[in-house]
Write a protein that binds this ligand. Structure first.
Ligand SMILES: [Zn+2]
Length: 126
């Protein structure tokens, strides 16, 4: 007579399941710290042409554009226009942008600050 296999989970099965769970958690953690859309670099354009591409970090730069002076400040997580002498101040009011693809526009100065992805930046830099 054929014997049915023991279907009760044994210790080895439990360890294997635990290993799979840990692996899944590790992968999840990696995705969480480095999502595909994470911003990695700032591109500053004046008159529609990119004039500078800088990796995100703690920095502050001032750009002269069409008679206006625009100060751009970045942190590890985003970038903003900290000060501008343009009449509308829309760029300053936009605040900090933190996601790749977002941008800050200063129409009077015709200056655009755009966040790009880290991978995109690496491709350009490498
Ligand atoms: Zn402005």
């Amino acid at each position: 007579m054929k014997q049915f296999p023991d279907l009760k989970p044994n210790k080895a099965d439990a360890l294997a399941a635990l290993a799979v769970l840990l692996l899944a958690a590790a992968l999840g953690a990696r995705l969480w710290t480095s999502p595909p859309g994470a911003a990695g670099a700032v591109v500053v354009s004046i008159d529609g042409a990119a004039v500078e591409r800088v990796a995100l970090g703690e920095w502050s730069r001032t750009y002269a554009a069409n008679g206006y002076t625009v100060r751009v400040e970045a942190t590890a997580g985003g970038v903003r226009v900290a000060a501008s002498d343009c009449p509308t101040q829309d760029c300053v009011r936009t605040g900090t942008i933190t996601r790749a693809g977002q941008s800050i526009v200063c129409l009077p100065a015709r200056l655009v600050v755009t966040l790009t992805g880290a991978a995109e930046y690496d491709a350009v830099a490498g």
